[in-house]
Design a protein. Sequence first.
Length: 423
Amino acid sequence: MGVVYLGRSAAGRTVAIKTVHPEFAADPEFRDRFRREVTTARAVDGGFTAPVVDADPDARIPWLVTEFLPSVSLGDAVAEAGPLPVDAVWRMAAGVAEALASVHRAGVVHGDVKPSNVLLTLDGPRLIDFGVSRALEPAAATRPEVPAGSPGFMSPEQAAGARTGPAGDVFSFGSTLVYACTGTAPFGEGPWHVTMLRIRREPPRLDAVPDNGLRELIAACMDRVPERRPTAEELAERLARAVPDETASWLPPAVVAEIGRRRRSAARPPAPIRSPKRRRALLLGAAGVGTALVIAVPVAGRYATAPDPAASQAPGDRPSPTATATATRAPARTLEFLLTGDVTLTSLTYTVNGRTTTLRNVRLPWRRSFAIPALPQRTTWRIEYRFPPGTVRRTVSVDGFRVQSGMYGSTGRPGADRATGVH
C-alpha cells in the first residue's frame, strides 16, 4: 500500500518517510485512513511512539515524515533470535503500555497492536502504525463492522466484527506479550479463519509463558470480558513499578548487533550523482523538512517498520527550497530468503530473475542470499515449498529490509505455501 524512504534533513536529521502508492492515493477511503493516521500520530505525545516531523495527507502523493529509529521489530527479533528474556519482556511491556495510555488519552483506539508494530530500540520500545486507528465513539462497543486488525492478535470482540474500545487494544497487548515470551501467538497457528474462530471460542494458551508475574498480567489483559481488563493507564502504572533497572542493557546481543548494523548503514549512504531533469521534480524535499534523500526502495504490502538505508525522495506537492536536486546511484542489492519452522521441507523451489533451483529434504532454518541488480532495474522472484504437518515461517528481505513475510501451518496433513514478488 505504500513505500518507506530513508531521508536526511538539511540539518542532518535522519528521518523515515511513508508515502502512499498513487493507485491508493486516488481512493478517497484510503486517503481518509492515511489522514487519520497522520492526525493520530500527531496527537499522541508519549515517549514510546515515533515522533512526527512533518506530513501532508492532502498532497497528490500523501506522505508522513517521522524520526528515523534504528530498530528491529519485535516480530523480526523473535523470528531471528528467539523469545525475549523475561526482563526484556517486562521492559518492553512497560514502554508499550505507556504508549497505549498516550494513544487512549488522545481519544483514539490503535486497533492493530501486534509484534510487527512494536519496534525495539536501544532505549526502549516504540509503538507504531496508526493506519487502523480511529477516534473513540459512544457506540464503539456495539456497532458492527468488518474486522480490522491482524488475525492472531485480535480481541474476541474484534474477531467477531464488533467495533471495540481501548479494551480491545489491551487484549492485543496481552497477545503480543505472549509472542514476545514464547515465540508463538496465544491462539496457535494456522489459516486466519481458524485462528479467528479460536479467538472467539477458546482461552489463550499461556502455559509456555516462563514467568508467573507475566502470566498473571497477560491473563488479566486477555480476559474475555472487556470490562474486566485493566486500562492501559493502570498497566503503565503497574509496569513502571515492576520494570527492571532502565540503565541496564535490555535487549539480547543479537538484536543489539542488528540495530547497530542498521544504524551504521543509515549513516553511510552512497555518494550522490546528478539526476535527469524529469526526475528532479520527484526529488524535491518535503516542506518544512528540507529533506535531501537517497535511493528509493519499494516495499511490498503494508508500510515497513524498519526503514532501509537505501531510500529516495518522498514525492510531495510542496517542494522545499532547501532540498537537493540530486539522486544517488543504487549499488547492487541483496535479496534474501529465510524459512524457519518445526519441519523438514519435502521440496523447495525458488526462482530469481528466471533462474530456478529445486531442493529436496531441506532442514530448517534455511537461508539463501542473492546479489540482484540495482534500482531502477526490477527483480522478480518466486518461492514455493511443501512440508509434512507442521508450521513454516517465511521472510523475504532486500538489503536487510523485510519486504514480504508469511506463515502457514497444517495439522494432520501435508502443507504447501508459495510467494512471489517484484522489487
